[in-house]
Write a protein that binds this ligand. Structure first.
Ligand code: ATP
Ligand code: MG
Length: 420
C-alpha cells in the first residue's frame, strides 16, 4: 500500500496537465493586465477576523468552510478562503487608495482553502485568478470587469458559458426589501438552519440549491421590484454597456451569491458542461466591505474565476489549448567527450531561447532516442566520437526522420533557422 497520498479534497498539478493550468491563469490575467490592473500578492493566511467581518458571520464560508488555526503565539489565523478581503486589507494597509488615483485596480492569482465536501469540481484546495477595482462607483467599471472575464473565457476557446446578472440594491433599498423577504420566508416550512438564516441573512435563502426550498420560493418578493431609483439607473447603465460590448447576459433575480458583502451588481459565470458544480466564476460590487473591515467608504467591484473549474470546462468542451512543446530540441551524446561537447551546446541553445533537454544519466542510444521522442521535441542532436572528430553533430528531424551533419560551431544558428 502506498503511503503517498495528497490530503482529502486536494490534488496535485503535474506535467503535462499542469501546463494547462498555467495557460489558464495566463489567459485570465492577460485581459486584466491590458486594462491597467496591477499584480498583488497577499499571504495565504490572515487574521480570522478579517474573514468573519469581511466575508460575513452568516456565510457557509465562515461558519463551515474556513480552516482556522491558533499559532504558537496565540494568534487566530485562517487559511484564506477567498481573495477579496485580503486584497482590500492590503490596499488599505499600504494606503493605495490615498495615492489619488482611484480606482485602484489589482489582480491576483493563488490558492484558496475551504473545508467542503469534496466532489467533482469542488475541492478543499483550489485556485483562482481574481480582480478588484477599489474606490470608484461607476457602472463602466462593473461592465469593464465583466467584459474582461468574458474576453478571458473567449480567448481560451470556451463558448458554452453563460453570464447571470442581478442587482442586490444598496443601503437605501435593501433594508425594506430584506424585511419584506423575511416576512415571506417566516411563513414557509423550513429547517432550523434555514430559519436561522432568515434572521441573519435572508437573501442567502434565495440561493438555496435544494428543490424543497426552491419550490417554496415561488412568489417570494424579488429585489428587482424593490430597487431604489439610483440602483435601477445604475443597473440599467451596466446592462447597456454590456450590450454595447456584445456581451450576452441573463437576468437572474435569485442570484445572491455566497458572500455577505455584495451590493448592486452581482454576477456569476456558469458553464453548462460541469454538472452541479457549474459556477466557473463570479463577483460583484461590494460598496460596504471596506467599512465592514474598519476602513473608509470605498465602493468597489471585483470577481474571482476558478482555475480548476475552467480547466474542467475546457475538457467538457473538448478544447485543446495550443501550448508550445515543453522541449524543442533533445540532445543525445554518445560517449564522454560527446557529453561534454553537447552539454555546452545545450546551454548555448537554451540561452538562445530554444527549449532544450539532454539525455542525462548515461543512457545508451536506443534509450536516449526513446526519451527524445517522448519529450515531444522536434529535433534530436546526436553526436558520437566520430562526429566530434569531424567537428559536427547530427541534427535529426524527429518528424520526418531526416538527418544531416551540421558544424558544431554553427549548431545554434542551424537549429534556429530549421525551426523556422
Ligand atoms: P459554489 O457556489 O460552487 O460553492 P462559490 O459561490 O462558493 O461557488 P466563489 O466564492 O464565488 O464560489 O468563488 C469563485 C469561483 O471559485 C467559483 O465560481 C468556482 O469556480 C471557484 N470555486 C469556489 N469554491 C471552489 C471549490 N471548493 N473548489 C473548486 N473551485 C471552487
Ligand atoms: Mg461555495
Amino acid at each position: 500500500m502506498s503511503t503517498f497520498k495528497a490530503p482529502k479534497g486536494t490534488y496535485d498539478l503535474l506535467p503535462p496537465d499542469s501546463a494547462t493550468y498555467l495557460a489558464v491563469r495566463e489567459a485570465i490575467s492577460a485581459p486584466l493586465r491590458r486594462a491597467g490592473y496591477g499584480y498583488v500578492e497577499t499571504p495565504g493566511f490572515e487574521q480570522v477576523e478579517l474573514f468573519s467581518r469581511g466575508v460575513g458571520e452568516s456565510t457557509d464560508i465562515v461558519t463551515k468552510e474556513m480552516y482556522t488555526l491558533t499559532t504558537r503565539g496565540g494568534d487566530q489565523l485562517a487559511l484564506r478562503p477567498e481573495g477579496t478581503a485580503s486584497v482590500l486589507r492590503a490596499a488599505l494597509e499600504a494606503n493605495l487608495h490615498k495615492a489619488g488615483n482611484l480606482p485602484v485596480k489589482l489582480w491576483y492569482s493563488g490558492s484558496y482553502y475551504r473545508y467542503e465536501r469534496p466532489q467533482a469540481g469542488r475541492y478543499r484546495h483550489f485556485s483562482q485568478v481574481g480582480a478588484e477595482a477599489i474606490g470608484a462607483e461607476d457602472p463602466a467599471l462593473d461592465a469593464e470587469l465583466i467584459i474582461l472575464a468574458v474576453d478571458a473565457y473567449t480567448s481560451l476557446g470556451l463558448t458554452n458559458f453563460r453570464l447571470l446578472l442581478n442587482s442586490l440594491g444598496d443601503k437605501e433599498c435593501r433594508p425594506a426589501y430584506r424585511a419584506a423577504l423575511q416576512e415571506f420566508l417566516r411563513g414557509l416550512d423550513l429547517d432550523e438552519d434555514t430559519r436561522r438564516r432568515i434572521e441573519i441573512n435572508p437573501l442567502r435563502v434565495l440561493d438555496d440549491k435544494r428543490e424543497s426550498v426552491q419550490r417554496q420560493l415561488v412568489g417570494a418578493p424579488m429585489l428587482r421590484d424593490h430597487l431604489c431609483e439610483a440602483c435601477k439607473e445604475y443597473h440599467e447603465r451596466v446592462r447597456e454597456l454590456l450590450t454595447a460590448a456584445g456581451v450576452a447576459f441573463e437576468d437572474d433575480e435569485k442570484l445572491v451569491r455566497g458572500l455577505d458583502y455584495y451590493t448592486r451588481t452581482t454576477f456569476e459565470f456558469v458553464h453548462d458542461g460541469l454538472g452541479s458544480q457549474s459556477a466557473v466564476g463570479g463577483g460583484g460590487r461590494y460598496d460596504g466591505l471596506s467599512e465592514m473591515i474598519g476602513g473608509p467608504a470605498l465602493p468597489s467591484v471585483g470577481w474571482a474565476l476558478g482555475v480548476d473549474r475552467t480547466v474542467l470546462a475546457l475538457k467538457a468542451e473538448g478544447v485543446e489549448l495550443q501550448l508550445p512543446a515543453p522541449t524543442q530540441v533533445y540532445a543525445v551524446p554518445l560517449g564522454e567527450e560527446a557529453r561534454r561537447a553537447l552539454f555546452g551546446v545545450v546551454t548555448e541553445l537554451r540561452r538562445a531561447g530554444v527549449a532544450t533537454d539532454f539525455a542525462f544519466g548515461g543512457k545508451g542510444l536506443k534509450n536516449a532516442m526513446k526519451s527524445a521522442n517522448r519529450s515531444g521535441a522536434r529535433f534530436a542532436l546526436v553526436a558520437g566520437e566520430r562526429d566530434l572528430a569531424e567537428g559536427v553533430v547530427q541534427l535529426k528531424d524527429l518528424e520526418s526522420g531526416e538527418q544531416r551533419a551540421v558544424a558544431l560551431d554553427t549548431v545554434v544558428g542551424e537549429v534556429l533557422s530549421a525551426q523556422g
